[in-house]
Design a protein around this ligand. Structure first.
Ligand SMILES: NC(=O)c1ccc[n+]([C@@H]2O[C@H](COP(=O)([O-])OP(=O)(O)OC[C@H]3O[C@@H](n4cnc5c(N)ncnc54)[C@H](OP(=O)(O)O)[C@@H]3O)[C@@H](O)[C@H]2O)c1
Length: 234
């Protein structure tokens, strides 16, 4: 029987912009502090590291989550934290229902899986403006996801609330995002005081905040704004 303290991390979104930027720094911490990072991925990751343990599963398939859960059990994982930077776009998903199935249902299902395997902290990249009652689909889905995760019994929940993410993507181009990113330097300086939370923010800062918050002690549900993300990122 392994007598290590439960400190391992279940990591979702490793192939994404924020998830890909946060992973190397989290792995450095993992190596120094002696925990393991279990990354649930659909395709193999190019990154290899002694503390990185890929869990390859097709999360879109009917038995994808059960497959991931089975692999975690077989690895005798001692989870402390779920880190989730998973999400899609309405355009990629193809419909509102398909978008909600990923950005709400899949994220909640991963949180349930992590909770069932002992995780006490959920650290989820959500969005500024997330609100279950919103008329905007994206913000409503993010808000519903937050409400459902908040009810799962984690000791500590951190929802990061970044504005528009600035950074270089590998995947298919996102025309709207490209235009918004180009305009961000013009609009960001106009957002002062409480409006700063709606400004664009570097994906690198969000990633650094994820790494800083992972495994932090304490309890309760926090929503972390652009300003707080910048402070955490140093
Ligand atoms: N873009 C913005 O400006 C913005 C602003 C505020 C908040 N956010 C939120 O921040 C989070 C991170 O954003 P990001 O831009 O870093 O994400 P991203 O680059 O689009 O990466 C998304 C991640 O989710 C995974 N994923 C998507 N659909 C999946 C599915 N059906 N099954 C399994 N995995 C799936 C992707 O895996 P694959 O590589 O396998 O597809 C990838 O690892 C998202 O929740 C996003 O909504 C974004």
């Amino acid at each position: 029987m392994d007598d290590r303290q439960a400190r391992d991390v279940l990591y979702a979104g490793a192939s994404g912009l924020v998830g890909g930027l946060a992973l190397p720094a989290l792995l450095e911490r993992a190596a120094a502090e002696g925990f393991r990072v279990y990354a649930v991925v659909r395709r193999p990751l190019a990154l290899k590291h002694p503390s990185l343990h890929p869990i390859q599963a097709d999360l879109g398939a009917a038995d994808g989550l059960a497959d991931a859960a089975q692999q975690l059990r077989a690895a005798d994982v001692q989870l402390q934290v779920l880190v989730c930077a998973l999400g899609t776009t309405l355009r990629q998903a193809g419909s509102a229902a398909a978008f909600a199935a990923i950005d709400r249902d899949l994220v909640v299902a991963l949180a349930q899986l992590a909770r069932a395997q002992g995780a006490t902290q959920a650290l989820v990249v959500s969005s500024v403006g997330a609100q279950a009652g919103s008329r905007n689909l994206y913000l409503r889905v993010k808000g519903e996801m937050e409400a459902q995760i908040s009810a799962l019994g984690f000791t500590r929940v951190d929802f990061l609330h970044p504005g528009l993410l600035l950074g270089q993507r590998n995947g298919p181009p996102r025309p709207g995002e490209g235009i918004a990113q180009a305009l961000a330097p013009l609009f960001n300086p106009l957002l002062i005081g409480p409006l700063r939370r709606y400004g664009a923010i570097s994906a690198r800062s969000v990633a650094a905040a994820v790494v800083a918050l992972c495994g932090e002690p304490g309890s309760g549900i926090s929503r972390i704004s652009n300003r707080q993300i910048q402070a955490l990122a140093g």
